[in-house]
Design a protein around this ligand. Structure first.
Ligand SMILES: [Zn+2]
Length: 171
């Protein structure tokens, strides 16, 4: 059985800015996408992100990414960075201000966790006029038959990326 361990999620200021911009653009509808970066031990370093993709669905309480587009974008980023940038998880906005995982969010994270080990889900929620990120990590545990998801909140730290790091793309 997998033990869920807390990690630090390092979010580059560039990623946070983009995320808030995407979130503001579609508010009061949800917006989202996925996170790119690498793992350092158990910690995650998030240095880039992508938006929703052309066929994503945006609702007031749901966001469904354009999966086919995501897969090709993930591969493209991986190749363009010569393997530096990997998929780390998804992100989306909660324009209603509630930074909690909904049932749909947990179901989405479970689906991702079946393909990727311990993925992240970042939610940016608006409080007054400021958007704040919160992060969960999804671990699969396997009691007997059915695999079950445990989503635990993770600490986020914002950092300024060195200028020469890969992919400061303006998405
Ligand atoms: Zn949500």
């Amino acid at each position: 059985m997998l033990r869920s361990r807390a990690v630090i999620v390092w979010l580059s200021s560039h990623v946070l800015r983009l995320m808030c911009r995407y979130a503001r653009e579609l508010s009061p509808l949800e917006n989202g996408g996925f996170l790119l970066g690498w793992r350092s031990g158990e910690d995650r370093i998030v240095v880039d992100l992508r938006g929703p993709g052309p066929r994503a669905l945006h609702g007031r309480h749901r966001f469904i990414p354009d999966h086919a587009w995501q897969v090709s974008e993930i591969n493209r980023a991986f190749e363009a960075s010569r393997g530096d940038l990997d998929y780390l998880g998804d992100w989306h906005s909660h324009p209603d201000g509630i930074a909690e995982m909904s049932e749909l969010d947990s179901a989405t994270l479970l689906q991702i966790a079946r393909r990727v080990s311990a993925p992240l889900m970042v939610i940016v929620a608006v409080r007054e006029t400021e958007w704040h990120p919160q992060c969960w990590k999804g671990d699969l545990i396997r009691p007997l038959l059915r695999r079950r998801l445990v989503a635990t909140p993770q600490e986020i730290k914002i950092f300024e990326p060195p200028a020469r790091w890969p992919s400061q793309s303006a998405a």
